[in-house]
Write a protein that binds this ligand. Structure first.
Ligand code: GLN
Length: 552
């Protein structure tokens, strides 16, 4: 295709309608026709990135190959499209203003008054076009965060208005995602909120080309015609988006509604390959028809908010589908574990087939994680520790196997006599909170005959990171002498990336975040290995004897 085409996705009526999933689904459909697609998210908050945001505020912080800390929607984009995103795929108001203010300080505006229009909107437009200008994509889908009418979204909406005009209607379209609520008392679907939200877009100078309408019940033709009439779109451009039982069904629902066809028509792209979703269909079939069951406990401190562990939850789904099983996930609060008696611990953890200890920052809930890991280690329950989860496994082993009762990470106890997890000199001396961690993809070499090497089936991998602290190599000989091995090492800095306990059926801790790389088409090998182990491992019913031996 000669010109990159731009699809803007806005949202109206209410937040949380799933713009990210609709964007990812449309991207998937266009990609399955052979088009090269990427998706970008514009976030109207003033933080430079979500890296410093509490997960309760904003859900998970997703990390790209190039080390950008981004909105969790980028995770959906990667999981659906199976292509990498980058820093350019997530733009925040903070970044836009920072660029403009830096330029102003340098004197780039030659004495002019710097204003929202045109300077901020120009910078937004520049960042929207960056991906298109690489020449790597036929279609760039840009999701505008927030809801139309929000004060902070205004510059983005204005930038879209200008771009639509500059690029022309053959090269850019706006899809507006709205809600058609159902009123139980009158038994009716109501279109007024959609009409009003389109009116609001019109006030900003934007006529949406396509309306995707979230609804609990099917929209009949009459309703679609009514919406079309009031909102100045063709009836075929009114797309029903009915509630789905899994997000992975949405591409198929959108295909049924011909969303991709309507988009191609608007772009005047006459002939293009038919969609080929056969592998996706296969995944969905397996997802819906599991032949086994497993119970996985995820222990973390943000479990009340599922979005805080979005990528982990999705990775479990990908890997269990691959293993043709359904994983029932128990979300367990690490602080709840802290006060539990042995009996309560048995009740909470005893029936699990696998335990995953989640990443995190700060000391809250740490002791609960450590207690959980001891249980998993002693009862031979398959264990996967991710980042902080791995660090806690290292602390647990030091305290309960090596007998170093005061062992800790210097993140939690800077004066520990056994700082088994420590800040590594020279990595970065910068202790400011924003963007100062080991971030993005790093290489890792894997030892033969390890769980990791059999999971990955290769010796050299690359995984994404997001942390400040590392395994303290001073203590490695003690660990290895007592049965915890470093089976993955970063070759550049000799940093420990993977730890394992070979005498345990499946005990793996990783300093990196495998969950960021699991996609529908490529479930992550470690998650596959973990779920597989959860299906096959016999747990240790009475580990007391073993523990005594270890502790002596
Ligand atoms: N808090 C730990 C560190 O900074 C772990 C981070 C994480 O789990 N992502 O090293």
């Amino acid at each position: 295709m000669s010109h990159t085409k731009y699809v803007f996705v806005t949202g109206g009526v209410a937040s949380s309608l799933g713009k990210g999933i609709i964007s990812a689904s449309l991207g998937k459909l266009l990609q399955s026709r052979g088009l090269r697609v990427t998706i970008q998210k514009l976030d109207p908050y003033i933080n430079i990135d979500p890296g410093t945001l509490n997960p309760y505020e904003h859900g998970e912080c997703y990390v790209t190959e190039d080390g950008a800390e981004t909105d969790l929607d980028l995770g959906h984009y990667e999981r659906f499209l199976n292509v990498h995103t980058s820093q350019a795929n997530n733009v925040t108001t903070g970044r836009v203003y920072q660029t403009v203010i830096n330029r102003e300080r340098k004197g780039d505006y030659l004495g002019k008054t710097v204003q929202v229009i045109p300077h901020i909107t120009d910078e937004i437009k520049r960042r929207i076009k960056i991906l298109g200008e690489t020449g790597d994509y036929d279609i760039v889908i840009t999701e505008i965060g927030g809801t139309v009418g929000d004060i902070e979204s205004l510059p983005y909406i204005e930038a879209v208005r200008q771009l639509k005009y500059e690029l022309g209607s053959n090269n850019s379209i706006v899809i507006h995602l709205t809600l058609i609520p159902y009123l139980k008392t009158s038994g009716e679907l109501k279109t007024k909120p959609t009409q009003n939200s389109v009116k609001m877009l019109l006030e900003s100078g934007i006529q949406p080309d396509i309306l995707v309408c979230r609804t609990e019940y099917p929209l009949n033709d009459e309703l679609k015609h009514k919406i079309a009439l009031f909102c100045n779109v063709t009836p075929e451009s009114v797309i029903e988006s009915i509630d789905a039982d899994t997000i992975y069904e949405v591409p198929l629902l959108m295909k049924k509604e011909q969303l991709d066809k309507v988009v191609l028509k608007k772009f005047n792209i006459a002939q293009f390959n038919e969609t080929d979703l056969s592998r996706w269909d296969e995944f969905l079939y397996k997802l819906r028809n599991p032949i086994a069951k497993t119970k996985i406990g995820v222990v973390g401190k943000y479990v009340e908010l599922k979005d805080a562990y979005k990528s982990i939850a999705e990775s479990i789904i990908h890997a269990s589908t691959h293993n043709q099983c359904k994983a029932e996930v128990e979300w367990i609060h690490s602080e709840d574990i802290e006060e539990m008696t042995d009996d309560e611990l048995d009740q909470t953890l005893g029936s699990l087939n696998g335990i995953l200890v989640a990443p995190g920052f700060g000391s809250r809930g740490i002791e609960g994680k450590i207690k959980t890991i001891r249980y998993a280690r002693e009862h031979h329950i398959p264990f996967l520790g991710i980042c902080l989860g791995m660090q806690c496994a290292v602390i647990e082993f030091a305290r309960n196997v090596l007998g170093w009762t005061d062992a800790n990470s210097t993140e939690f106890n800077p004066t520990s006599a056994w700082p088994v997890i420590d800040f590594v000199e020279g990595q970065t001396a910068e202790m400011h909170k924003g963007g100062t961690m080991r971030l993005g993809a790093y290489r890792c070499q894997i030892l033969d005959n390890s769980q990791a090497s059999s999971a990955y089936a290769k010796n050299e991998i690359s995984e994404r990171h997001r942390h400040r602290y590392e395994f303290n190599n001073d203590f490695l000989p003690d660990y290895e002498a007592h049965g915890m091995l470093a089976t993955g090492i970063n070759p550049e800095k000799s940093l420990v990336e993977i730890i394992e306990i070979p005498s345990h059926p499946w005990f793996v801790g990783v300093q990196f975040h495998p969950e960021y790389k699991s996609t529908v088409m490529n479930p992550h090998p470690l998650f596959i290995g973990f779920i597989h182990a959860s299906l096959s491992v016999k747990k240790e019913k009475n580990p007391s004897l073993k523990t005594k031996k270890n502790e002596s």
